[in-house]
Design a protein around this ligand. Structure first.
Ligand code: ADP
Ligand code: MN
Length: 324
């Protein structure tokens, strides 16, 4: 069960603001959010159930105090969880911040390799101030956001038990090489690509290690899965009248080659395990600026980014197929 007192910083993020939390089990994440994001998840549940499989499961909301020692919300209604145990919220004033509680997409992976693709050439909604619009338009025009309708917003890849030293030309983009064998590429990494060379970023994501036979086989399977999912997401949103600014497609696959092989065996054999490990996952996330606009037609701004992603995944799959 979910224990709000066990919330702590969530390490497996690819991009975005600080402040994402996870519980001890790692099944859920709790993220600071806007009212619009909660409303979007609720409306998907109530009115667009066909989209639900493409989003992390929405589990509720939480008020988290700034020092994270006190928590309340519809998970522990009327009560706050403090260092001293459960206390009545009644009569207490708390500086709290609204959080959304979601299924953790990286749960079930031993070494999740994560790619965050930020959608849209227009990255702001109508609430944004002129300065913010101008700044985001400038970034869009200088990156594949403008040319392709999406850009790489962040990436984490498992480089093997001992991550190799970072190449000189990547140094400015690698925020950290942690002991767990990861390279964590910052938001500037994805901004350096043009429409012509952005497939290189995808290649770095899908072949992070030695291009061994096992790695190429995995890449082929994972790309096939990604392609199917992104096409399904595109189709689903083509039938909707949403407007999503700066939403992301989050791609995840198992980065540990041995674990990947083991998981494949378990899934192929159909072994009945309670919490089956995962090979790959694709979900839409980040609906801080997402709303519905009946009568306005599909959200071309983000769908264009989905189409570009499909095209790149198709080309890469062909290339990897030739190499195996
Ligand atoms: P923002 O960009 O506004 O900070 P996001 O919703 O994009 O917020 O979340 C930031 C990062 O947190 C994402 O890039 C992703 O790596 C991670 N993340 C967000 N939601 C989930 C989730 N449900 N499961 C796993 N990781 C998530
Ligand atoms: Mn984001």
């Amino acid at each position: 069960a979910f224990d709000p007192s066990s919330l702590r910083a969530f390490g497996n993020v690819a991009a975005g603001h600080d402040g994402v939390l996870s519980d001890e089990s790692g099944i859920i994440i709790a993220k600071p959010c806007t009212e619009a994001e909660i409303q979007f998840y609720q409306s998907v549940q109530a009115e667009h159930p066909d989209l639900a499989p493409h989003l992390p499961t929405f589990m509720g909301t939480l008020q988290v105090s700034s020092d994270q020692t006190a928590v309340s919300g519809n998970v522990e209604s009327g009560m706050i969880q403090t260092a001293n145990g459960l206390e009545r919220l009644h009569g207490r004033r708390l500086e709290t911040e609204q959080h959304i509680v979601l299924e953790n997409i990286t749960y079930g992976f031993k070494k999740p390799n994560i790619l965050d693709l930020k959608l849209g050439a227009q990255l702001w909604d109508e609430h944004a101030e002129p300065e913010k619009r101008a700044k985001l338009d400038e970034i869009s025009a200088a990156t594949t956001s403008g040319s392709l309708g999406f850009r790489i917003a962040g990436m984490r890849t498992f480089k093997g038990a001992q991550a190799p030293k970072v190449d000189e030309d990547l140094k400015e983009f690698v925020d950290k090489v942690d002991q767990s064998g990861y390279w964590v590429l910052n938001k500037m990494y994805g901004r350096k690509f043009s429409a012509a060379n952005v497939p290189e970023g995808f290649l770095a994501y899908i072949l992070p290690q030695s291009e061994s036979k096992a790695e190429l086989e995995r890449a082929k399977e994972v790309l096939t899965y990604f392609l199917g999912e992104v096409k399904d997401i595109q189709k689903a949103f083509e039938s909707k009248e949403s407007r999503m600014y700066s939403a992301s497609i989050l791609l995840v696959y198992e980065g540990d080659l041995e674990e990947y092989a083991k998981t494949k065996e378990i899934l192929t054999a159909g072994t009945d395990v309670e919490e089956p490990p995962k090979l790959a996952a694709v979900k839409m996330i980040d609906f801080a600026h997402a709303t519905w606009h009946p009568g306005k037609g599909p959200d071309e701004n983000s769908i264009r980014g989905m189409r570009s992603t499909v095209k790149i995944l198709e080309d890469l799959l062909k290339k990897v197929d030739e190499d195996t």
